[in-house]
Design a protein around this ligand. Structure first.
Ligand SMILES: *Cc1c(COP(=O)(O)O)cnc(C)c1O
Length: 461
């Protein structure tokens, strides 16, 4: 599958990669035949490979990059901290960067989240929320002489990470089913995917019925539940499912009524991706736990955080007194300083205020797709735009080889994307300019046109 711009240096690196590396979420047999980009550098929303081929970063480096690559303020924060110290342990000592960042995060987060526990990836931030929710419930229930719950509630097609605890709460069969024997399954409700209603209803009734069904399930199971775990507004890995408005508020209200802790997994949605700093804000929901990661450092360094209520801290302080959990790189000083700079830039550069105009560029470019039979369910949220692909026979386009050919067509034209099964999406760094975001959207339209000409939608791989 040579794409015609690879040097011998590129070929040599790819060859050596194949011998020694194992890439995440890669179908191994397919990967061995692919000719992946070998990224050498980046600037703003552009990535450059070792051959000097420039590509727009259409996934924000898989949802992490917020302000572009090589942002001067972020680079500076990193260098300044590096000139002092790169890392020292957070077990038994502290540092100013972590303190400032925790103060900033608790200021910006939904009301009531007053404590920050740092870690270094989203899965772990969620896992920490799950463990703390368990300790909190254990404390509350044993005080009342009640049985201690040990089951979580989560949604079908949910994704909360790859550690075993989070896999138990995951609902993407392709990723999670095989590990079933190793994990505690959660109680699940259908994802509110109103385009393809899990209950077989029309869009409007779907939104209501899915929320009612989730609430009824919560009522039935609430005594057995440690917590409810959701990705507010957007189930990204599950297929860029955008929730109907009101669904999150209803879940939040039901949790409150039944006194079940709510864990908001904002690892993908946090820091402006959905148009507000946190997705929960849009429906006035204040969760009891919030996990953030990905864009926290603007996409520079691995850092994640679990924000909790003071009552959770107080409960664990009483019993068991110590939270036996921590990581070698907890609150890494380089990452904390870059995160602080990221939060400062979001405000200074009015990143959130500029989102609607940027989204309009995509909507405008994609308006020609409304009568293309291979495209359905075009949807937008914040600066996220997604569509689903169908073959000519109407079935969802899920053949990995065809999807990879579509991806390669975009790459040749200068756009790096990563289809999620039949879903194509754009998640640009929020700092993208109007012209660049237009270019991304246009290349995607052009890619679909070329793919059709090449017969990729005929249904033969
Ligand atoms: C990416 C993601 C995670 C896992 O984060 P990692 O840093 O990849 O471990 C968890 N939850 C959601 C919603 C995510 O999108």
């Amino acid at each position: 599958m040579a794409i015609g711009f690879s040097s011998s240096h590129h070929a040599d690196l790819v060859q050596r990669d194949r011998h020694v590396l194992w890439h995440p979420f890669a179908n191994l047999a397919l990967w061995e035949r692919e000719d992946p980009p070998v990224i050498a550098s980046g600037e703003g929303v552009w990535l450059t490979d070792v051959d000097g081929h420039r590509m727009l970063d259409g996934t924000a480096s898989l949802w992490v990059n917020l302000l572009g690559h090589r942002h001067p303020a972020l680079d500076r924060a990193l260098m300044e901290q590096a000139s002092l110290i790169a890392h020292s342990t957070f077990l038994g000592s502290t540092h100013e960067g972590a303190i400032l960042l925790a103060e900033r995060l608790t200021d910006l987060a939904p009301a009531g989240l007053t404590r920050v526990f740092f870690s270094d990836n989203g899965s772990t931030a969620v896992e920490i929320a799950m463990k703390l929710a368990f300790l909190y419930q254990k404390y509350r229930r044993s005080k009342r002489g009640k049985p201690i719950p040990a089951t979580f509630f989560s949604l079908d097609r949910g994704y909360h990470g790859d550690t075993l605890g989070t896999v138990g709460a995951g609902g993407i069969d392709r990723f999670h089913q095989v590990f079933g024997p190793l994990v505690r399954p959660s109680v699940t409700a259908p994802a509110p995917d109103c385009h393809r209603c899990p209950l077989g209803l029309e869009r409007n009734s779907c939104a209501l019925e899915c929320a009612d069904l989730a609430s009824r399930l919560l009522e039935i199971h609430h005594e057995d539940l440690v917590a409810v775990l959701v990705e507010p507004l957007l189930q990204a890995a599950g297929g860029m499912i955008v929730w109907p408005s009101g669904y999150l508020a209803k879940i939040g209200q039901t949790c409150r009524n039944l006194d079940i802790p709510l864990i908001a997994d904002e690892v993908a949605t946090g820091f402006g991706r959905t148009g507000t700093l946190f997705a929960c804000e849009q429906e006035g929901v204040s969760p009891d736990f919030m996990a953030v990661g990905k864009a926290l450092t603007g996409g520079y360094l691995p850092l994640a955080a679990t924000l909790v209520r003071e009552s959770v801290y107080d409960a664990v302080r009483e019993d068991p007194g110590t939270f036996y959990h921590g990581h070698s790189y907890t609150a890494n000083p380089l990452a904390c300083r870059v995160a602080l700079a990221t939060l400062e830039c979001i405000e200074k550069e009015d990143i959130l205020g500029a989102i609607p105009a940027k989204r309009s560029q995509i909507q405008d470019s994609w308006s020609v797709l409304s009568n293309v039979p291979m495209v359905e369910n075009v949807r937008y949220l914040g600066l996220i735009a997604a569509l689903d692909l169908r073959l000519k026979d109407g079935s969802p386009l899920r053949t990995p080889a065809i999807l990879s050919a579509i991806r390669e067509t975009a790459r040749k034209t200068g756009l790096l994307i990563r289809p999620l099964s039949e879903t194509l999406y754009l998640i640009p760094p929020l700092s993208v300019t109007l012209a660049e975001v237009r270019q991304m959207a246009d290349i995607l339209v052009e890619t679909l046109r070329e793919s059709e000409k090449a017969g990729l939608f005929e249904g033969r791989s």
